[in-house]
Design a protein around this ligand. Structure first.
Ligand SMILES: [Zn+2]
Length: 691
């Protein structure tokens, strides 16, 4: 997220609690205008497509999407049991979502709505996109309620939604920033470019949809429909209507998901129109690059500009493809995905190299300590790949989802669930003075984004297809759902994943029936074995789904055994920062060094790996259940290089003498768990000692 005015840097206030926002009611509220006149009159609710019903809709509802190969399952269909993700999800609903509610209130995000109905006398507070903070948080709550969590908070959220809907004007317009003196700026081309009106509504639609799917409550959804059907569609679109430009892509996804609920094709067409841009709004090229919109999406040839904008645009474009089958979109999406995975993505799954503009850099520009890697951008990457996976059923997209989820996304939230990273660098030096995790940012896009991903996570475990079931993620869990032909199906996973590569899967259809169980073999799993009821299955290939077609009977068991050696990774030689450096991963987890884990006197800047030919054998995995919530650490006898004394000249004559070193034990922790103890140096890419 960048503030409305171009590309300024994030601003955070670690403990900022706006005094204006927590001001108590006063006599002024009695004079808070006659804005109640602007309340929408009671309107009949639109008909929604009844099949599938709200309870049966997933993160996306692809049941009628003609070009989707896979269909989502509802979040409530999967129960995540005690294991890796259960800890994070428990913290999310007991700490993160409740404390974020308090911070949103304390920083005036709800009072922005209340002041417009006279129930608060606080001034407008926060950036132009502050409404989206509420919507994104509501989305997290909607998913959590769908899983049966957070029921205590439901009355609070219901009341908040009443307060949101109360400011909707008869025209359908709803925004807390473009009111009063700013009313005449609404939807002007310049406002659309930087004012985030449609971005806010995109998040409103996503939050409304999640809340509807979690609870059946459609009050926010109906307000979203009114905005789209009453305000946008009659007034904006191709000539003779007024033009639209998507200043921060997001509305595209929201409109298409709305179309999937209402069946109103005008909503899909509006998304398509926005994705193609409208040349009636003239914009300089640097602006259309930055926004990743304003020109035809299908003319894009690479990822560039603001990373979150680009990822959300790609999400919307993939959604559009799944509804229309437009091959020009698919060609562009495939080109951009190649750019992502060959030239632009960090090994953590994070994207967006540059702080300046929160932007993609040039090809292979992937700095470590200066990496931006905004949490939202990694989330956008996961959301895009989720859509590419739905369109194709191809394992390479699930590999990116897993890489981003376990690393560049999971790093974004502290283990106690109350501190968040905005940027997720791959090296860090606390002597710069930067505080990397904070409870609140005035641009607070990332925290509720992380909360919605954790709350919706069960919905990412499985998909159905016309011929069976796909499993994408492994953790102790139970699926209770059905195949597309209606056959009831339960699937129970038992595993120590991601610490251990053994997964036992019990398949229980309601009656014996023939279908294909598509078992994901992760791209990192070079050595994996699969058996069904004890009988080994051939054809296992890393990075693909193994199709297990048979007549499945209750109690059938799949055993997946993935060897999980330490893998030492190098970067493409074009990534100059990583020259002669390696990163270490095990299973889906990327590892890093934190200085406080290394022997006394070993500075991280002096540490090197000491690798022979058979590198995996030179690491030992060790469970440390008391460390960082319980992790497997990696130990390696590396080297501490003897460096010139501090104060040595910036440049000196080259010496061919080998560097002097001493052997030292090094200890790696999972990258997602970094920065949860005392501030210390961290690095992912470590030099290799050249003997
Ligand atoms: Zn963010």
């Amino acid at each position: 997220m960048a503030r409305g005015n171009e590309i300024s840097r994030r601003q955070f206030v670690a403990t900022a609690v706006s005094t204006a926002a927590i001001s108590s009611f006063s006599a002024q509220r009695l004079f808070a205008m006659g804005r109640t006149d602007d309340r929408p009159s009671e309107q009949p609710a639109s008909d929604l497509i009844a099949n599938p019903s709200w309870k049966d809709q997933g993160i996306e509802s692809l049941a009628k999407s003609p070009y989707a190969k896979l269909r989502n399952i509802p979040v409530r269909a999967v129960t995540i049991k005690v294991g890796f993700w259960s800890q994070r999800r428990k913290i999310n609903v007991t700490k993160s979502i409740p404390t974020m509610h308090d911070l949103l209130e304390a920083n005036g995000r709800m009072n922005n709505f209340r002041r417009l109905t006279g129930s608060s006398n606080a001034g407008q507070h926060g950036p132009v996109f502050s409404d989206s903070d509420i919507y994104k948080w509501t989305e997290a709550v909607g998913f959590a309620l769908g899983s049966g969590d957070l029921t205590d908070i439901r009355p609070t959220v219901d009341k908040m939604m009443d307060e949101v809907v109360a400011i909707q004007e008869p025209s359908g317009y709803l925004n807390t920033y473009y009111v009063d003196d700013r009313k005449n700026l609404r939807m002007l081309p310049e406002t659309q470019t930087t004012g985030h009106e449609l971005y806010n509504i995109g998040h409103m639609l996503q939050g409304a949809v999640a809340y509807y799917r979690g609870t059946g409550d459609r009050r926010l959804l109906d307000a979203g429909i009114r905005f789209v059907d009453d305000f946008l569609i009659p007034n904006y679109g191709p000539a003779p209507k007024k033009p639209i430009v998507s200043g921060h892509p997001e509305i595209e996804m929201g409109l298409i998901e709305l179309y999937r609920i209402t069946g109103d094709k005008r909503q899909l067409d509006l998304a398509g129109y926005i994705l193609q841009g409208d040349d009636r709004i003239k914009l300089p090229e640097h602006r259309t690059i930055y926004m990743y919109s304003g020109t035809p999406f299908t003319a894009r040839t690479k990822l560039e500009g603001h990373a979150v904008r680009a990822m959300y645009a790609c999400c919307g474009a993939t959604d559009y493809y799944m509804e229309t089958g437009d091959q020009a979109y698919w060609k562009t999406l495939s080109t951009l995905w190649e750019d992502l995975t060959k030239r632009q993505m960090y090994i953590s799954g994070g994207v967006g190299a540059r702080s300046d503009g929160e932007a993609f850099g040039d090809a292979y520009e992937l700095p470590n300590s200066r990496a931006y890697g905004e949490s939202c951008a990694a989330i956008g990457n996961m959301m895009w790949n989720w859509r590419m996976l739905a369109a194709t059923g191809e394992g390479k997209f699930a590999d990116v989802i897993e890489r981003a989820l376990y690393n560049g996304i999971d790093s974004g939230m502290s283990l106690d669930g109350t501190l968040y990273c905005y940027r997720n660098p791959l090296a860090f030096d606390p002597s710069t003075g930067e505080k990397i995790r904070n409870p609140w940012y005035d641009v607070t896009c990332c925290p509720p984004n992380l909360e919605r991903i954790l709350a919706s996570l069960p919905g990412y475990f499985y998909s159905t297809s016309s011929n069976g079931l796909y499993v994408h993620l492994y953790d102790n869990s139970e699926l209770d759902w059905h195949l597309e032909d209606g056959t009831g199906l339960k699937v129970a996973q038992k595993t120590g994943y991601p610490w251990d590569g053994k997964v036992k899967i019990e398949v229980t259809p309601s009656q014996a029936s023939e279908f294909t169980f598509h078992l994901r073999i992760p791209g990192w799993a070079d050595r994996a074995q699969v058996s069904v009821n004890g009988k080994t299955v051939a054809g296992v290939r890393a990075g693909e789904y193994l199709p297990l077609r048979r007549r499945w009977s209750p109690g059938d068991v799949i055993q997946l055994q993935m060897e999980m050696p330490v893998q030492v990774m190098q970067a493409n030689y074009h990534v100059v920062e990583n020259e002669r450096r390696v990163a270490v991963q095990r299973g889906p987890l990327l590892y890093c060094l934190e200085e406080l884990d290394q022997p006394e006197g070993v500075a991280l800047s002096d540490a090197a790996l000491y690798l022979g030919k058979n590198s995996p054998a030179q690491f030992q995995s060790e469970v440390e259940s008391a460390l960082l919530g319980g992790v497997t650490v990696l130990r390696h006898t590396g080297a501490a290089l003897e460096r010139p004394a501090s104060g040595s000249p910036l440049y000196s004559r080259y010496s061919s003498a080998p560097a002097r070193m001493r052997r030292v034990p090094l200890k790696f922790i999972p990258y997602y768990a970094w920065a949860n103890r005392a501030a210390t140096s961290m690095q992912v890419w470590t030099p290799v000692f050249q003997a």
